[in-house]
Structures are given as structure tokens and as C-alpha cells.
Design a protein around this ligand. Sequence first.
Ligand code: 5HM
Length: 329
Amino acid sequence: RFNNFHEAYIETLDTVYNEPQFYNAPRGNKSREKLSYHLTIENPIERICYLSSRKTNIVFNFAEALWYASGDNSLAFIGYYNKKMRAYSMNGKSLTGTAYGPKIFEFGNAKINQWNQIKDLLMNNDPDSKRAFIQIFDATELVIANNLDISCTLGLQFFVREGKLYMASFMRANDAFRGMVSDVFSFTWMQELMARELDLEIGEFFHHVGSIHIYQPDDYWTERVLAEASSVSKHKKAMFEFPRMPSGNNWPFIEMVLKYEALLRNDQISMTAIEIEQLDLPEYWKQVVLLFSLYQYIAYQRPMDDSLYHQLWPVYQHLVVNKWPILQS
Ligand code: 5HM
């Protein structure tokens, strides 16, 4: 049980790395593993690991969450933010298991919009429900021969209890060092999105994992992260508060941000800090457009427009400079 992801991440790494239940090599990849792992995060808005050695990529985190929200499955979108995603694509164009967007918003042949379904259930029919479950993994994924990309997430469950929106994630497998950082970010972000839409406070986030593991190639980096964690006081107050999403329905803002995201990614526009400031969006969402604009300079390797960086909130400045030290000069 943890207050925030920062603490949950360190503790999980520590126990999987230092007290593994098994050493094995599924599909040939050597790893340390624990079975049936779970944790609780009391404040799911605090969804970031701030350890400098971990080099959290806040741009990728938002990109992935928005990629899910967009319902898109293209490698072009998510691969622009992380080159490693290509390795999961069977055809070099789309992702099947990892693309949770189509699963959430158009599940299966019937193209069920599970998001709207459970929103309606919780809002209008049965707020106490235990049926508000979004399914992600499905049995057809295991039938495909040599499938490179089988959903690691089985599903997400929402609970309205005493005015708060709780959420549980269920994963068959989770990479504690890499995958968990972005998975917990995206899931708790969806919890917040749903809570704002239902006009509820945010309750706890529960993470359940069948197999949690750390791959051997990450051993050295994991040790460095754990060393940094033990060198800073456990009781040191977090440096930042992670920004809160605006209340109410955020979908019109998401649509607008996605429009700019695509134009920036395809290098069809560039935006100045002033132009972003003038967008008809809440500050929270302008900050996301700023992050994508800043990343455009990194992706296309052009000299940075410093005004973008200067307009970022301190928490994002901290994260992007830590990830891309070149921004500091
Ligand atoms: O052999 P398997 O299909 O389980 O390999 C997928 C690997 O990606 C696992 O280590 C899994 O934990 C990790 N993964 C993750 O941690 C994959 C996805 C994509 O669904 C994810 N988190 N979201």
C-alpha cells in the first residue's frame, strides 16, 4: 500500500529484483519473476517516478495515454515516441495487443464501445455495480501463430464507492522496470479521465499482476535506480505535485489535442509558445501540446525553441530536462 507511484515503483523493483520467486526465461528472455503481485496506490494522480536515474519520459507517457484514448492502433503514432514499439508489430504498420485503444472503444467484431458502456452503467443504472469491467486481452490473440504482440493487460475495472471512483487493473504480465512505468501512468490517467467525466473524486488504484518480472538486460540500470532510491531519504517530500486534469468532460479537449498531435508529429505545422497559449484549451491541455511541440524539435533534431520549455510547468520542465539534458544548455 503506497501513497504514490514513486514509492510503489521503488518497492516493487526492490522486491522483484532482490527477492525473486523464480529465475526463468520465457520465450528465451532471462528474467527474475514473482507471481501474483498486487499493490495499491492511494493517490493515483501521483503517477510519476521522479528518480533522476529512471529518466521518466513524460512525453511518451502522455502520448501513450492519448494514443489509447484516440482508439488508434497505428505504429506511426506510438512508434514516433518510442522506436522500440516497432519490435511488437507483426506487419510494420499496426499493433494488435499493445493497442488498447481499439480494445477499449471498439472491442471485437461487434465494435463495442466499452468506455461508454460502463460510463452509462455507473452514471445511470447501477453506481454500486461490480460489472463495470473493460476487457482488453481476448482469447483470439493466443490463436495467432507466433503472435509478437499479445495484450499484457486483461482488463480494467471501475468501482464507484462513497463518491469516489476506484480502479483495478489486471495484467497477465508486467515488466516491473519498463512496462509498469507507462502502464500505471496510462491506467491511472484513464481513471482520472473517467472520474472527471462522472464528476467523482478519485479513489484508490489497485494493480494486480499474474507475472511481474525484470529482464536481465535491465539488471544494471535497475541496480542504479535502486541505489539512487536508497541514497535519498524515504521521507523526503515529493518535489512536485502532478497536475490535475480539469473537471467535467475532457473529450472535446482530447480531440483538439489529438489534432495538433498529428500535425506536429507529421511535421505539418510548428507552434510557438504564444500560439499554444492562445489555443482555446484549459491550461492542463495546453501543457500537453507544449510537450508534444517540444518533442517535435527532439524528434526532427532541430535547435530548440526555448520559449516552449520556458512556458512549461516546473514539474514538466524537471522531467524533460532530466530525460533530455541537452535542453538545459
Ligand atoms: O511473452 P509476453 O507476451 O508476455 O511478453 C510481453 C512483455 O511485455 C512482458 O514482459 C510484459 O510484461 C511486457 N508488457 C508490459 O509490461 C507488454 C505490454 C503490452 O501489452 C504492456 N506492459 N502494456
